[in-house]
Design a protein around this ligand. Structure first.
Ligand code: HEC
Ligand code: HEC
Ligand code: HEC
Ligand code: HEC
Ligand code: HEC
Length: 217
């Protein structure tokens, strides 16, 4: 299997020609998705959510683990957004009368889900899988930044192909023990170090693929 290096255009040309021939629909999807949602690859994209939910409070101060709300992030391609009942576990008793929680209490009464606005979204022709990263020791903070400090979540990384490939080519300095993936304070490069990371790489046989079909299928 040949290896393609980005962004060397001489190497890019051949695979792109192959891809165009083989998968025209990919291109259609590309233009459609860009046409309809140009904001999705924007670093800093920070829509106003229907409820002023703060990660800085819940994940930071209160110290809730990400997986309490984002169930499945270590088992599935997509990470779930919590249902109203998850919030009601606490807010049935904690400040149910707060003006900031009116929409939550309504949602609980009517059964209509809260319409959270999606922040991170790749074009449909690009495939991503959370579990493949989280179980190999790539932490949430590496891709999403210090969510535990965000009052309102914004997109931290470009999520572009170049960004994906940069790590797929050389993941080592991003590795941490899989048990630490939701630890927001840990900085793998500084706190783990290259020796331990080399061992982690060997232990989990980490060799991310650069083949087009890994992310375009
Ligand atoms: C108490 C529940 C809760 C906890 C705990 C929590 N989150 Fe969230 N998360 C939410 C809700 C609700 C949203 C949607 C609203 C928003 O964007 O703030 C969300 C949105 C997100 C998004 C943006 C999703 C998108 O639309 O693209 C990311 C990324 C995220 N959370 C990461 C984390 C990480 C990392 C942690 C742990 C440090 C964490 N969350 C802890 C409830 C939670
Ligand atoms: C583990 C318990 C817990 C869970 C689960 C939880 N919260 Fe909270 N939440 C709190 C606490 C504690 C406060 C702080 C209350 C205070 O300031 O007195 C709070 C505060 C808030 C506030 C600010 C209220 C105000 O009047 O300032 C909002 C809004 C909020 N939470 C929304 C949510 C949403 C939406 C969810 C579900 C995605 C959620 N919370 C899940 C415990 C929780
Ligand atoms: C290797 C980078 C990477 C890591 C690590 C990562 N994410 Fe994501 N996350 C993404 C990308 C890319 C998307 C957009 C996925 C898409 O559009 O298909 C995303 C989307 C999300 C979403 C929106 C729902 C979805 O799945 O599309 C949530 C919530 C989220 N991430 C939470 C987390 C949490 C919590 C962790 C840690 C347990 C985490 N992520 C780890 C890259 C990452
Ligand atoms: C910070 C490092 C990092 C970033 C950023 C990253 N990846 Fe990965 N990716 C990995 C590692 C490590 C693995 C696991 C490799 C293994 O198990 O050998 C992986 C695995 C995958 C897999 C699973 C392949 C399989 O065999 O099932 C897919 C798909 C994938 N990545 C897509 C993406 C996409 C798309 C992006 C960008 C949106 C991205 N990755 C960004 C490090 C990263
Ligand atoms: C690790 C994941 C990954 C791999 C491997 C990968 N891509 Fe991508 N690719 C993406 C993501 C994510 C996007 C969407 C974001 C963007 O446009 O940068 C994308 C976008 C594209 C686009 C749209 C144009 C552009 O640059 O925005 C083309 C064409 C493309 N890829 C071709 C390829 C070819 C050909 C290969 C193999 C040589 C390949 N990709 C390998 C993740 C990947």
């Amino acid at each position: 299997m040949s290896r393609f290096q980005f962004p060397r255009w001489s190497n890019l040309l051949l695979p792109v020609v192959i891809l165009v021939g083989a998968t025209l629909p990919v291109y259609a999807a590309f233009f459609v998705s860009y046409g309809f949602s140009p904001k999705t690859l924007e670093v800093g994209y920070q829509p106003t959510q229907p409820i002023p939910f703060s990660h800085a409070l819940h994940a930071g101060e209160l110290g809730l683990d990400c997986r309490y709300c984002h169930i499945g992030v270590d088992r599935a391609a997509h990470s779930s957004i919590p249902v109203t009942q998850t919030c009601m576990n606490c807010h049935a008793n904690i400040r149910p009368e707060s003006p900031k929680l009116v929409k939550l209490i309504d949602s609980n009464l009517t059964g209509m889900p809260i319409e959270w606005i999606r922040i991170h979204r790749l074009p449909d022709f690009a495939f991503f899988n959370h579990a493949a990263h989280v179980t190999r020791g790539i932490g949430c903070a590496t891709c999403h930044g210090r969510i535990d400090k965000m009052e309102v979540v914004y997109q931290h990384a470009p999520l572009s192909m170049g960004w994906c490939l940069e790590c797929h080519r050389e993941p080592i300095t991003n590795l941490r023990p899989p048990s630490e993936v939701t630890n927001m304070r840990l900085n793998p490069e500084l706190d783990i170090g290259i020796d331990a990371q080399t061992k982690l790489r060997a232990k989990y046989q980490i060799a991310p693929s650069e083949n087009c079909t890994t992310c375009h299928r």
